[in-house]
Structure formats: structure tokens, C-alpha cells
Ligand binder design. Structure first.
Ligand code: PMT
Length: 226
């Protein structure tokens, strides 16, 4: 590991989308590219942390100096995160599917002949990885950071999400159509914690990652009083 202010600390970072299987050839997914999460993994490693990156399917190369675990569905992502514990830091940047098909068909679903209706795909809830990591207990990382991807009332929804999920910080980003937040190279985030909101200007996802990593160094140097 590279020496630095986070030497001796283990960080788990989730990144990318999840793919939730419908049948052997089809899945439900979203537009996450993994750029933001992978950049965070690289920034933490550059500051000396030992980093486990748990990534859904992306087109990105594995960041240098990071242990990358590749997964597809939310349940695999949760299992990989739990296997990587304990950790001092967790950053959940993955766009985990909230729901998955209740049944994964063993064979490719066939179009019915004779005008039958398309299949109804019933959805059930996926496990919430950020919420699990935030639960109090001996394996809770000292600092748990989530993201909130919102298309309206960004700060209000992000604050409610932080309280509901129990993480320490949440980075709110606007993912409305036209923002390019999903998939693009830049991001504009607001960091929310117990003490309030800090709005960062738009910058590259790598710069967001570097700034977050620097904040994490400060946090461990002088932990929040809360
Ligand atoms: O990948 P990019 O193209 O670079 O785009 C970056 C991003 C927009 C995906 C990223 O910045 C971001 O916002 N990631 C979180 C996306 C998301 O799914 O947000 P959410 O508001 O639905 O979820 C809130 C938090 O709970 C997130 O930390 C998410 O990782 C976590 N979560 C959600 C559902 C679930 N089942 N498990 C989770 O851990």
C-alpha cells in the first residue's frame, strides 16, 4: 500500500450499476458508469488506504493499487461487501437497483404465439447495502458515506435519506435528465452531515473524489464531535 495519511485504514467502496436478472439473457439495470465510485477508490488508495472496490458491471479498468471485486446483482454486492468487512471507511457510490424480479426464469422467456400478453414482471425489494453498513454494531465502519441520487427537492430528499439509512455523511447529486451526472465526467455534490450542508461547485468526478478523500483524512485527524 502507498504510504499516506490513510495508511493502516481499510476502505470499502461500491461503484457502478447492478444488473438484476430477468432470465438468462435479460436484466434490469440503470445508467451508472462507475466513474464516480472508481475515482473515489483511486483517491483513497492514493492517500494510503487499503481499498476494496466492489463494482457492478462497468466498462472501466480496475483502478491501480485497489482490490476490485466484480459482481452483478445487488445480493452479490452485499455479500462481497460483507466479506470485505471489517473496514474503517465505507463509501457507497453504486447505483444499486432498489428492486429485482421476484423470479429469475431458468430459460429465456418466449414470445407467446397468438396475441398473448407480454409477461408481467413482478418486482421485490433488494437488500439495502448502505443501510446494512450503517447499522450499529461491532462491524460498523467508523465512517459510513452514502450518495443520494435525486431528480427533485435534492437537499430535502438527501437529508431524509441520510437519517433513514443511518449513514454519517451523504453526498447529494442531481441526476435529472440533462445533468449528465449518470455517465458523465463531472459532478456537483452537496455534502450533508449532522451539522448541515456544504455545497461544492461543479467539478470533475476525480476532483469530487479527491475532495471527499481529503475530507475523510480531516475527519480521522479530528473526528466530528457528534
Ligand atoms: O456511476 P456514475 O456514472 O459515475 O454516476 C455516479 C452516480 C450518480 C451513480 C453516483 O454519484 C451516485 O449518486 N450514486 C448513488 C446512486 C443511487 O442509487 O442513489 P440512491 O439515492 O438510490 O441510493 C442512496 C444510497 O443508498 C446510495 O449510497 C446507494 O449506493 C445506496 N443503496 C441504495 C439501494 C440499495 N439497495 N443499496 C444501497 O446501498
Amino acid at each position: 500500500d502507498q504510504p499516506g495519511p490513510l495508511s493502516g485504514r481499510h476502505a470499502i467502496v461500491t461503484s457502478g450499476p447492478t444488473h438484476e436478472p430477468i432470465d438468462p439473457v435479460r436484466y434490469i439495470a440503470n445508467r451508472s458508469s462507475g466513474k464516480q465510485g472508481h475515482a473515489i477508490a483511486a483517491s483513497l488508495a492514493a492517500l494510503g488506504a487499503r481499498v476494496t472496490l466492489v463494482s457492478g458491471p462497468t466498462r472501466l479498468a480496475d483502478p491501480a493499487g485497489v482490490t476490485t471485486v466484480h459482481v452483478e446483482a445487488a445480493r452479490e454486492m452485499l455479500a462481497a461487501v460483507e466479506a470485505a468487512l471489517p473496514a474503517d471507511i465505507a463509501v457507497c457510490a453504486a447505483a444499486v437497483a432498489d428492486w429485482r424480479p421476484a423470479l429469475e426464469a431458468g430459460q429465456k422467456l418466449k414470445k407467446q404465439q397468438g396475441g398473448a400478453l407480454p409477461p408481467d414482471i413482478r418486482l421485490i425489494e433488494n437488500p439495502d447495502i448502505l443501510r446494512r453498513l450503517s447499522e450499529p454494531g461491532p462491524t460498523r465502519p467508523a465512517l459510513v458515506v452514502g450518495f443520494a441520487a435525486e431528480t427533485e427537492c435534492v437537499l430535502d430528499h438527501a437529508d431524509a435519506k441520510r437519517r433513514r439509512k443511518g449513514c454519517d455523511w451523504i453526498l447529494a447529486n442531481d441526476v435529472a435528465t440533462g445533468t449528465g451526472t449518470f455517465g458523465g465526467d463531472d459532478n456537483a455534490v452537496h455534502l450533508l452531515d449532522d451539522r448541515g450542508v456544504e455545497s461544492w461547485p461543479a467539478m470533475s468526478k476525480q476532483a469530487v473524489a479527491d475532495r471527499l478523500a481529503a475530507r475523510i483524512v480531516d475527519h480521522f485527524a479530528a473526528p466530528d464531535p457528534s
